[in-house]
Design a protein around this ligand. Structure first.
Ligand code: JD8
Length: 247
């Protein structure tokens, strides 16, 4: 059985702990398909106040994460795991963390995730960092939520973590399209009906309808995805038809 180990360095271990206990990732950890060790950065401080941050050289607002506790934490992880470590820093300055990046990281046996807070980490920490990633262009308060996003997305590539049923459902997105609409019982709620085709029992029709919905939604909401999507012949035909009928 293949497993991947994550070491997470954070000043908010409880935040990481709580999120990893639930759902697909929680189950993967129970089954030992995924191994996560959480390291409280304050345990690597040496001063009375357990300081992890300090004022910025050059002045200005906010605080910066001190380098020494981070170096000590990385040294301890390295001693326990053996070299070389793959260290990921989550930061707004990182390259975009994509599905392709998640797949690539899932090939590693071990990844260290560094979570910053405040204005970020002292620049010298980057000498120990292999990859700096951002989960998107919005401002978050720290690197913990991004680290959880990375773990979730990577874990899904570990064989056996996602059940067969779910992986089939994901086909459209993994090929670069948005998902089709989903419905469950009841067939009518208020005035809102489930599309007749889904009640028809005609599975060839249902497959075509879903493809059409996926292509139409992608064209409407994320047209840039269509430039790199791996479309089959049927989807290409649907796309040409939809483009032709656009205003
Ligand atoms: C790490 C500190 C907060 C960032 C002052 C707000 C990733 N996609 C992303 N958005 N935000 C982050 C992120 C934010 C972080 C840290 C990641 C550490 N902050 C800082 C600079 C401006 N505050 C992120 N990945």
């Amino acid at each position: 059985m293949s497993t991947i180990t994550f070491d997470i360095v954070t000043i908010f271990p409880a935040m990481i702990e709580a999120a990893l206990a639930e759902g697909v990732v929680g189950r993967a950890i129970e089954r030992r398909q995924l191994d996560v060790a959480i390291h409280d950065l304050r345990n690597f401080t040496t001063d009375r106040h357990r300081s992890v941050d300090d004022v910025p050289y050059g002045g200005g607002p906010g605080m910066v994460m001190k380098p020494e506790p981070i170096f000590k934490a990385l040294d301890a992880i390295e001693a326990r795991r053996g070299q070389p470590l793959t260290v990921l820093l989550t930061s707004p300055q990182g390259t975009l963390f994509t599905q392709a990046a998640a797949e690539r990281l899932s090939g590693k046996e071990h990844v260290v995730l560094l979570c910053g807070r405040y204005e970020g980490v002292d620049e010298r920490v980057r000498s120990r960092v292999d990859e700096e990633v951002s989960i998107g262009d919005y401002v978050l308060s720290g690197g913990e939520l991004p680290a959880l996003v990375v773990i979730d997305a990577v874990a899904r590539f570990v064989p056996g973590v996602v059940g067969d049923e779910q992986s089939v459902v994901e086909e459209s997105f993994s090929r670069g399209l948005l998902d089709f609409p989903h419905y469950t019982r009841p067939a009518i709620v208020g005035a809102a009906r489930v599309p007749d085709v889904l009640l028809s029992g005609n599975h060839a029709e249902i497959r075509r309808w879903r493809k059409r919905q996926a292509v139409a939604r992608t064209l409407a909401r994320r047209p840039e995805l269509l430039e790199t999507a791996a479309l089959d012949e049927e989807e290409r035909a649907i796309l040409e038809e939809l483009k032709g009928s656009q205003p």
